[in-house]
Design a binder for this molecule. Sequence first.
Ligand SMILES: O=c1ccn([C@@H]2O[C@H](COP(=O)(O)O)[C@@H](O)[C@H]2O)c(=O)[nH]1
Length: 270
Amino acid sequence: MTFGSRLHAAQADRGPFCVGIDPHAALLREWGLDDDVAGLERFALGAVEAVAPYASVVKPQSAFYERFGSRGIAVLERVIAESRAAGALVLLDVKRGDIGSTSQAYADAYLDPSSPLAVDAITVSPFLGFGSLTPVLDTARTHDAGVFVLALTSNVEGPEVQHARTDDGRTVAGRVLDQLRELNEGAAPLGSFGAVVGATIGSTDEDLAFNGPILAPGYGAQGGTAADVRRLFGKAAAVLPSSSREVLRAGPDPAAMRDLVRSTNDELRG
Ligand SMILES: O=c1ccn([C@@H]2O[C@H](COP(=O)(O)O)[C@@H](O)[C@H]2O)c(=O)[nH]1
């Protein structure tokens, strides 16, 4: 079953909301934990236990695990395994991008099921040229995995690159979206190659109607709302509004986190 088909089924079953598992040092402290590997483990696995049985997708941010070195990566491996065991798809936010030959190694690390870090989908950066992503896209196809390509990110610095015009007059983001449109053509019920478009971007002239999913970070703590999601992504095939800190701040009480996932899904469905 392709990633697009799995995502389509998971969102129909559990709702559109994607929960980020981002163990910020400040959040560990708010949960009464030390900012060390033991604190990381209790925080991340506690969050997974609270939300992964209810959310369609969980999105660990790799950086927060990498900062603890190999022991942090070992925690990330458990986050991936336990989230999947609870029925959630795992989208690893790792924003990789490099020359083609190195892209292949990243693809093998995250998308080949024999890797300990294998996930359902990853985020990648197209800013070394969309073609540099070909090994990742091919490996995703081989293993029925998904790829989310940065297009219009939620941060205020993004437009200086993403709104720039290329030789043919299109914006950089517009070209990324056009390439995703081609890659997903004919896929049913949903393509596996998604775009990252922040819920915070306000408005855009870009065409967001394509046959793949849109990851919309910036929901919650960065100011994105359900009204923004409806206004921006009304024509999109599938949207994953994503929030990390807002949900994690409801912890460590698992019931409070679970209830927030449920009520956010209700709001987004409405
Ligand atoms: O454009 C982007 C792409 C990715 N992110 C990531 O999403 C989460 C947002 O966390 P919040 O706590 O909900 O603000 C984080 O992991 C970012 O690296 C993004 O924010 N914007």
